[in-house]
Design a binder for this molecule. Sequence first.
Ligand SMILES: C[S@@+](CC[C@H](N)C(=O)[O-])C[C@H]1O[C@@H](n2cnc3c(N)ncnc32)[C@H](O)[C@@H]1O
Length: 280
Amino acid sequence: MVNQILHTLVNEHYGNEGLLDRILAAAHDDGVVLNEARSHDFSPVAEFHIGGRGSTIELAKMAQLQPGDKVLDIGSGLGGPARTLVEEFGIFVEGIDLTHEFCVVANELTRMTGLAGQAKFSQGDALNLPSDTNSYDVVWTQQSCMNIEDKNRMLSEVHRVLKPGGTYVFHEVLAGTEASAIQFPVPWARADNMSFLWTQEAIRNSILKIGLIEQVWKNATCKYIEEYRALASKTGEVSQRPKLGIHLMLGEQSAVMRKNVLENLSQGLIAIYQGIFKKV
Ligand SMILES: C[S@@+](CC[C@H](N)C(=O)[O-])C[C@H]1O[C@@H](n2cnc3c(N)ncnc32)[C@H](O)[C@@H]1O
């Protein structure tokens, strides 16, 4: 697909005006004191991936992040993962995301939580990273690749910007073992024109082909399906759910999107994989 069309689809899907005001109003309604807010207060909306804040911490431990590491978060969303990493691991993050609105909100939530010295976000494309070669200790993609059709190009950018000895951290939604079409809408796409899920064999082979060395490759589907089921039941009903959540971005279709993710996971149509790779 022509890049520009995909860029527009991504911005239309994720970006929506007034998001910051809706997040702050919902956080206030949920009892957050805004001028004392901490990163985790915004996690229900800003950790926009299956597994939430817990999976970010687990992944960082798996990757053995070290204080002072310089991390590039590709597809950084509202900056939830970046702020968690800064707060818990003492690292520095640059986030790149195609959705302009997300970068604006990410920078403001980071300023409000006192972390602006360690995390900043700008609009950019994973296929043309605005970064120098050999410049990051860690490159992080956490459920950021589902809208990316040309994953080989993205991976060659990951390899280019990593320092020798640097780590690529991968946590993605992939195609499952069943070949049938997945049910839409899902949180990353309303239809199949912007969802590009590769099989685990295809993406793993591509990562190895660019010269990265595998340290961990694991199927985390079983672990996350149970967690997701609990979350979906808690947040499915409008009357039951907390004010702060992904419905602030995705609107009223968010409940059906969650239900479809669960169905797709249960039927083996999608899978969750985690990987840690090193650049030599
Ligand atoms: C499901 S969200 C995940 C956000 C974040 N990683 C998180 O876990 O909270 C996927 C993100 O990928 C971004 N994205 C999609 N295609 C991209 C591209 N080509 N370059 C950079 N970001 C992209 C979207 O704008 C969106 O913010």
